[in-house]
Ligand binder design. Structure first.
Ligand code: SME
Length: 166
């Protein structure tokens, strides 16, 4: 698989073109199936192995507009239920706006699933006015992510949404 042979120097050289290339690869990967479980599983693995220095990548799904439930992911086992408004994922679900956290230990209400996590990005996935869920990416490195990563993850989430029956 191409994703396992990723050259991470390209990532560090030019993040926006790296993410653009990832989106094209992801479009191809998701072009054969529109099932949400299948495609979320592929996205979680693709992100985990295509981007350096991550310890968790996956989805939390909107259950009833008040609670999130763990979806497909790569990484250590995680919290199963997160209420809207709680932690980074619940905050993003409520606000429907991406959040980048440089140091999770200074984010009030952060939910520590893997004690190795030090920074995090969470992106909402909205389809036809309804929150489908959020894409959550964690890193063991403080200040791991910048605005290019945030925009990149939003584009990957949009690629997933366009290729999937949500
Ligand atoms: N840290 C997240 C919880 C999910 S785990 O990181 C996988 C949060 O505060 O919402």
């Amino acid at each position: 698989m191409h994703q396992l042979e990723s050259d991470f120097s390209l990532y560090y050289d030019n993040k926006s073109s790296y993410y653009q290339s990832l989106c094209q690869q992801l479009e191809g990967l998701l072009s054969i199936e529109r099932d949400p479980i299948t495609n979320m599983s592929q996205v979680a693995s693709f992100v985990f192995y295509s981007i350096p220095d991550l310890n968790w990548s996956g989805f939390y799904l909107n259950v009833d507009d008040e609670n999130l439930r763990l979806g497909p992911f790569n990484g250590k086992v995680a919290c199963v239920h997160i209420p809207f408004g709680k932690g980074v994922c619940g905050t993003v679900a409520q606000q429907r706006q991406s959040v980048r956290v440089d140091d999770v230990h200074s984010f009030a209400g952060h939910i520590a699933c893997d004690s190795a996590s030090n920074s995090e990005i969470v992106v909402p996935i909205v389809h036809d006015g309804r929150l489908f869920g959020v894409l959550d990416i964690d890193s063991p490195t403080l200040n791991r992510f910048d605005d290019d990563d945030l925009v990149g993850f939003e584009k990957l989430a949009a690629t997933f949404a366009a290729a999937t029956n949500l």
